[in-house]
Design a protein around this ligand. Structure first.
Ligand code: HEC
Ligand code: HEC
Ligand code: HEC
Ligand code: HEC
Length: 430
């Protein structure tokens, strides 16, 4: 299974196209062909240049039967190497230092104690181990390691509520091949959803989402833990219900709260990182998938074309910027995106501070002992909503780049709710 077994057909032309289509039967997963047949080709290297012969999966050395990255190294050296390069993304911003109002609005929840920015996939197990946020149960491992997904697939949902330490000791890899391909990467790189809650939540509606987007959407999403068995779950059943409004309505309908804040008495929600939801209602949803902008195509010295598995910012990669140009022409993409991010970040600071002030005023009202419970409840309702909309934007990692309209709408909605709450608080005080 050495590199020579790959067919290399660089240089375009009818032969390539014919051969690619001729290979359709090889990609029994159908996933790669989906791209080749249905989507435009971007940039100088395109999907039709990728030629990986179907290979038999190497023997699994993962204790749980997962074929791990080192098992694949002989077959897909470039992919394994580029995936390992995610360790280069190690920079962490301390959000609590950067935006001090967070400590007040997250009062009573783990994020008020420890909230740093994300870093590369090679740090997931280290970071979940180190976090100061409490993790009593194994469900915190859901998005950190393929070994947890495998354990759920083998043993069922009981695994989610096992003690964290006990399960952590069994975990071997950070986010890795099994996460996105199962043991099936040899099948032309077929993408497999290994996180069972995705299929459970979306059912047939999953088919409406591009497989490469859904692959990231196993984790880069809003989720909650079911009260019954602490299972990780998506709060919707399809793309139409992925808006912050619909998700809030769902959480209300099951009377869900992440925590009750002591000083205000509000039953609050904590949004996670709704990248997929935000992206899917944005301008690129029908045109591109996550890999198009975060996994550049590369060519190795011996001419193998592959998707780099180092997940990068498109603004820092020449190949990806060239892809942007196929639609955006000679627009300065860095300037354009930074402009959006600056506007969104400035609004976040403004609305975040207003939210913090409102939270303090509500806590004062609750402490005063002069407020009727039902009047406090009316303000708490607005507090819950305002914080949800603010958070949905704040915790989304693109800072507006994925969908600036949605980010701004969330902040505007939060601001309006804060205004209503302040009006109630002021009226009562007067
Ligand atoms: C198994 C869950 C999982 C899957 C699937 C997943 N990610 Fe991640 N991703 C994470 C976690 C967890 C982090 C944060 C790691 C840390 O900070 O320790 C992360 C971090 C990242 C980062 C770095 C963010 C930063 O601020 O530096 C990028 C970029 C990223 N992921 C993109 C993707 C893309 C693109 C896909 C799909 C091809 C994907 N991820 C699939 C869990 C996942
Ligand atoms: C049209 C291109 C495009 C698509 C498609 C896209 N993104 Fe992004 N993404 C961006 C840009 C631009 C940024 C901002 C990068 C920066 O700030 O340097 C970004 C930022 C991110 C970040 C934060 C990275 C960091 O270093 O802070 C993550 C995580 C992420 N995207 C995940 C995803 C996921 C998951 C999907 C699919 C659901 C996706 N992206 C689809 C363009 C895209
Ligand atoms: C976070 C998700 C993720 C992880 C982890 C991951 N892949 Fe991929 N892989 C993808 C995506 C997305 C594609 C592009 C598929 C597409 O767009 O058709 C891909 C493509 C491939 C392909 C097809 C050829 C190509 O370059 O497009 C192979 C082979 C492959 N991956 C092997 C691996 C191996 C081996 C590992 C572990 C070392 C791995 N992948 C880890 C998401 C992942
Ligand atoms: C297949 C075509 C296509 C490609 C490729 C493409 N875009 Fe776009 N992009 C669009 C369209 C269409 C719009 C919407 C334009 C409008 O409404 O004015 C858009 C809008 C945007 C916006 C504004 C989104 C918002 O919500 O405000 C950003 C930012 C952006 N693109 C970044 C990128 C980046 C970065 C890349 C390359 C990594 C890229 N695009 C590649 C078609 C594309």
């Amino acid at each position: 299974m050495d590199k020579k077994q790959r067919i290399k057909l660089i240089g375009a032309g009818a032969v390539v196209v014919a051969t690619v289509l001729g290979l359709a039967g090889l990609f029994t997963g159908g996933k790669l062909m989906y791209h080749l047949q249905n989507r435009g080709e971007l940039g100088p290297l395109s999907r039709s240049d990728i030629q990986y012969l179907n290979v038999e999966a190497p023997e699994a050395t993962g204790r749980d039967g997962t074929v791990n990255a080192s098992d694949w190294a002989a077959v897909y050296p470039e992919i394994v190497a580029t995936m390992g390069d995610n360790s280069k993304n190690s920079y962490v911003t301390d959000y609590l230092e950067e935006d001090p109002y967070l400590v007040n609005i997250y009062e009573g929840y783990g994020f008020a104690k420890d909230y740093g920015s994300a870093r590369g996939h090679e740090y997931t197990l280290e970071d979940v181990h180190k976090t100061q946020r409490p993790h009593a149960k194994a469900n915190c491992l859901t998005c950190k390691t393929p070994n947890f997904a495998k354990l759920v697939n083998d043993q069922g949902v009981g695994v989610y509520s096992m003690p964290f330490e006990e399960v952590e000791a069994m975990m071997e890899e950070n986010v890795s091949c099994y996460t996105c391909h199962g043991n099936d990467a040899g099948n032309g790189g077929a993408l497999v959803v290994t996180h069972s809650y995705v299929n459970k939540a979306l059912g047939e509606n999953a088919a409406a989402i591009d497989p490469a987007t859904l692959s990231c959407g196993q984790c880069h999403i809003e989720y909650y833990f079911t009260p019954a068995d602490s299972e990780t779950m998506m709060p919707y059943d399809g793309v139409a219900a992925m808006t912050p409004e619909a998700i809030l309505a769902y959480y209300d309908s099951i009377d869900f709260a992440d925590w009750t804040q002591e000083s205000t008495g509000t039953r609050l929600l904590k949004a996670q990182h709704p990248e997929m939801e935000t992206f899917l209602s944005g301008k690129h949803a029908a045109l591109l998938n996550c890999a198009d902008c975060h996994m550049p195509m590369e060519m190795s010295e011996d001419g193998a074309v592959y998707h780099s598995h180092l997940l990068v910012s498109p603004l820092e990669n020449q190949m990806l910027l060239e892809n942007c140009a196929t639609c955006h022409g000679d627009t300065d993409m860095v300037k354009m995106v930074r402009g959006i991010q600056d506007r969104v970040t400035a609004r976040e600071t403004e609305v975040g501070n207003a939210l913090s002030a409102m939270k303090t005023a509500l806590a004062d009202a609750a402490a005063s002992g002069t407020w009727a419970e039902e009047d406090l409840e009316a303000v708490r309702r607005l507090h819950r909503e305002a914080q949800w909309f603010f958070d949905f934007c704040y915790v989304e990692n693109s800072e507006g780049a994925h969908n600036s309209e949605l980010s701004m709408r969330c902040l505007d909605t939060a601001e309006a709710k804060i205004g209503e709450a302040m009006a109630l608080l002021d009226a009562e005080d007067a």
